[in-house]
Design a protein around this ligand. Structure first.
Ligand code: PAF
Length: 282
């Protein structure tokens, strides 16, 4: 397993692989890898001859008051995770390698980015789309792997690939949870012991909402009201949103009659966490 810092090195290595007829899987990350990332790398290495993992904390997708400066980093630990999960190459560029002086081209999206995290984090998806488009152009993968925990991001990337005719298959992989239900996230490291306990309210409300749907409830407002009540009872939790949206458009719905997504964002102390469940068999 190799780590490179420049676009030229990634291009040289992946071009050689393609020349040999090898397929390339790609897992974009912002580092501080956990079992969720490892599951993406494992899925990629099971289905492709070679797997590239990018570790790049993308400043463009953070708003001015967000946690860019405090976001956890540990590239040595990341290398061990990538190696153990079967990755072949880490691309770990500096911001100056990705955004040269005078950089002024962006990939932006309407509709799908207007709700959920797009509403609370106005610059976020422009930063995500721009960096992912750049990474796709650098790595030129056959397939790219994204976690379903970032459900809106997955939908946005699928849409971008379709809109811009990028010849890449996008694979969504299941949410990986701690034994206690908490969805794995690099941001979980911010939580104190009491906040970790409080954060369990996210998955508890998700499981309750999912149970209501499985038992036949189709009124989105009823499900949202129950989930909101449960989360609001936790003193350390502050709701950003609890919403049910159409899976295709990410716009809010009243009744679940088509594939949908129930997504939540909740502050536990200062840490903003997200979780969700997909409603696919309606
Ligand atoms: O999901 C993430 O970690 C990031 O948004 C991504 C896709 C690596 C782009 O920076």
């Amino acid at each position: 397993m190799k780590l490179v810092k420049t676009i030229a090195e990634v291009r040289e290595i992946t071009a050689e692989w393609r020349k040999q007829g090898l397929t390339v899987g790609f897992v974009p990350t912002m580092g501080y890898l956990h079992e969720g990332h490892a599951s993406l790398i494992e899925a990629s290495s099971a289905n492709n001859d070679k797997t590239v993992v990018s570790v790049f904390l993308n400043p463009m997708q953070f708003g001015a008051n967000e946690d860019l400066a405090s976001y956890p980093r540990d590239i040595e630990r990341d290398q061990k995770v990538v190696e153990a999960a079967g990755g072949d190459l880490i691309f770990n560029p500096e911001p100056s390698e990705m955004y040269h002086e005078g950089f002024s081209s962006f990939v932006d999206m309407t509709v799908l980015t207007e709700e959920l995290c797009g509403l609370s984090r106005p610059v976020h998806f422009r930063g995500v789309c721009t960096v992912v488009a750049k990474l796709f152009n650098i790595v030129k993968p056959d397939r790219a792997y994204f976690g379903k925990k970032d459900a809106q991001q997955l939908a946005v990337i699928r849409h971008m690939v379709d809109d811009l005719n990028m010849d890449i298959e996008i694979i969504g992989c299941p949410i990986i949870r701690e034994e206690n239900g908490l969805a794995k996230s690099s941001r979980n490291t911010y939580l104190s012991a009491s906040e970790q306990e409080a954060a369990l309210v996210l998955s508890r409300s998700i499981f309750m909402g999912e149970k209501m749907v499985n038992e036949g409830e189709r009124d989105a407002e009823k499900i949202i009201a129950e989930m909101t009540q449960m989360i609001s009872a936790e003193p350390l939790a502050k709701i950003d949103y609890v919403k049910i949206v159409d899976l295709g458009t990410m716009q809010q719905i009243q009744r679940i009659e088509k594939p949908a997504l129930c997504a939540i964002a909740v502050y536990i102390g200062k840490t903003r966490l997200i979780d969700n469940f997909f409603i696919e068999n309606v």
